[in-house]
Write a protein that binds this ligand. Sequence first.
Ligand code: C5P
Length: 233
Amino acid sequence: MEKDVIIALDFAGAAETNNFLDRFGEERPYVKVGMELFYAEGPGIVREIKRRGLRLFLDLKLHDIPHTVERAMAVLSRLDVDMVNLHAAGTVEMMRAALRGLTRPDGTRPLALAVTQLTSTNEEQMQRELLINATMAETVVQYAGNTRATGLDGVVCSPLEAGAVKAACGPDFLTVTPGIRFAGAAKDDQARVMTPARARESGSDMIVVGRPITGADDPVAAWKRCVNEFTGR
Ligand code: C5P
């Protein structure tokens, strides 16, 4: 898998999203649509982005009973998205059902990632509220192992955990990491951040970058800087 930068399109609606994408002209960035934009605009925004010829990660983090997730994934697969995700906490049975739903009649399917522990959850909350009697690192590696055993392609995790996940699950198991900031820039609400260059060294395969690109005066230049620092291209 070629290393890549995924731009988080954290916009409230289609007009703002299309204005932003128009700035990229003939460039073809890999983009991510999350809950806010998808719930506001529905499948139409996905079709519009695919019509522009862009690769798309639909970040809806499914977590429900296996049958429901299987049916929902079948709908997302028909939207021709390139990558989807779900919560590993939904169990191996739920992840297997998701893969069945995602697989198209011709045998192809979008890439599928699992969220291990959200980077907004800390170890104290996990242990006290969720009664998970293990360290954060142990939990992330355990969930990543479940994900790999199920046949999914990788996990979304902090770049700080990417190395441990690679060590446990092998070099071909994808790590997609948000929490990226240019050196010296504001962290916003991200607690633990890394530069694109450090994320590359950490073993991250793809980085998800929102505000450092969407909030830049020149988003195309910021995206190119990110791609250059992360991939060397
Ligand atoms: O603006 P920023 O670069 O912080 O955006 C990061 C993106 O990655 C957001 O869309 C956020 O929802 C997503 N994300 C995250 N942490 C996770 C999973 C997803 O920041 N653990």
